[in-house]
Unconditional design. Structure first.
Length: 363
């Protein structure tokens, strides 16, 4: 390659990088819509292929039917749950503000039921100041409920932005479903890696996306629904709200929904509601806890599951940086990170995989 051709090639690479970054910056205001359009297209791509085959290769009709199924099975239930959650959060805020629901009083009642030996232990760690702890708990509950209540106002104010993003997502999803194989093949050809490595990374990418969204959301929804139903049976106010919170916490391994139902069960035991406490503990351990052990291997698969510590850290980091979208983006980045390092430095028991060689310059 001559010096002039080499210079032209470098300038072209800079131009390519520049316009790519500019295009990404242009899409950033709607990155959530673009992101979820691509994620849903990956998840429903097998259904799109089967429908296209049954319809004799009519890709437009198959994409339209798949899009309608996405609306019916995914988007409408999520919209219904979100609206109900905001309303229940607003009702909870009003109950706390009016004094009808007083978490501080519940906390004081539980503390007074503790034996003297526990009070002595708390005093050693400067945790015996019940009024101070009670005030902090009440303030925290008020802030959380106020946040949920204000979401109704913010959603109303951002209705136009939401409608635009929602329309972009559906529009993009249709074309990604219809032209997905062609686009993925073109992207694959543009990646300067060996075919083996491209296949490995693409397989890892699609597996993690489907496992995170399909598997983890199904597990979280099941645990949240079961927890919310049990809370409703036990007469706990805001059962749906607590069920949704348990569903979100279920996305985090090692902690999960137990952060909600366990303190409630302890409160029941301390305040004399022994039957409710025992029932909630048994239900939480034997039913809510076992859902993860039963459903996750079926929906996710043991071979594709990352270590729990990697999922936990990447999920928390992703949600801290990208908000709710981070529960997919975080594990996806972690999975690609681990996949690239597996290619570069495979484990001793795995066959060695040579990194892709850089193309040699022809002088």
């Amino acid at each position: 390659m001559s010096q002039s051709s080499s210079l032209h090639y470098r300038v072209f690479l800079l131009l390519l990088a520049g316009v790519t970054l500019a295009f990404a910056w242009l899409l950033w205001p709607f990155y959530g819509a673009v992101f979820w359009g691509a994620i849903l297209a990956i998840i429903f791509a097998p259904l799109q292929r089967r429908l296209s085959a049954r319809l004799g290769g009519r890709r437009n009709m198959a994409a339209l039917i798949t899009l309608l199924l996405v609306l019916l099975l995914v988007i409408m239930p999520v919209a219904f749950i979100s609206g109900s959650l905001v309303r229940e959060g607003a009702n909870l805020y009003q109950s706390i503000k009016s004094g009808q629901l007083n978490f501080g009083a519940y906390f004081q009642q539980a503390m007074e039921a503790l034996p003297p030996s526990v009070h002595d232990i708390l005093a050693r760690f400067d945790l015996a100041d019940i009024p101070s702890l009670q005030e902090k708990l009440s303030a925290g509950a008020m802030q959380v409920s106020q946040f949920l209540a204000t979401q109704a106002l913010s959603i109303g104010q951002d209705t136009f932005q939401f409608v635009i993003s929602f329309g972009i997502m559906l529009y993009l999803l249709f074309f990604l479903l219809r032209d997905g194989p062609r686009l993925s093949a073109r992207i694959s050809r543009a990646i300067p890696l060996s075919e083996t490595h491209k296949h490995h990374l693409l397989l890892k990418f699609t597996t993690v996306v489907r496992a995170t969204v399909k598997g983890n959301i199904a597990v979280a929804a099941s645990q949240g629904a079961l927890g919310g139903i049990m809370f409703s049976i036990l007469g706990i106010q805001g059962a749906m709200l607590w069920g949704v919170i348990m569903a979100f916490l279920s996305l985090l391994p090692a902690v999960g929904a137990g952060l909600i139902w366990a303190p409630v069960a302890i409160y029941f035991l301390l305040t004399g509601a022994t039957v409710k406490g025992v029932v909630l503990i048994l239900f939480g351990v034997l039913v809510i806890g076992m859902v993860d052990n039963i459903l996750r291997p079926i929906l996710v698969g043991k071979d594709t599951k990352m270590p729990d510590y990697a999922v936990l850290i990447s999920t928390l980091g992703g949600m801290a940086l990208f908000g709710l979208n981070g529960f997919v983006i975080g594990p996806l980045i972690a999975a690609l990170f681990m996949a690239c390092w597996d290619l570069f430095a495979p484990a001793p028991e795995e066959p060695a995989a040579r990194p892709a060689e850089a193309p040699t310059k022809q002088e």
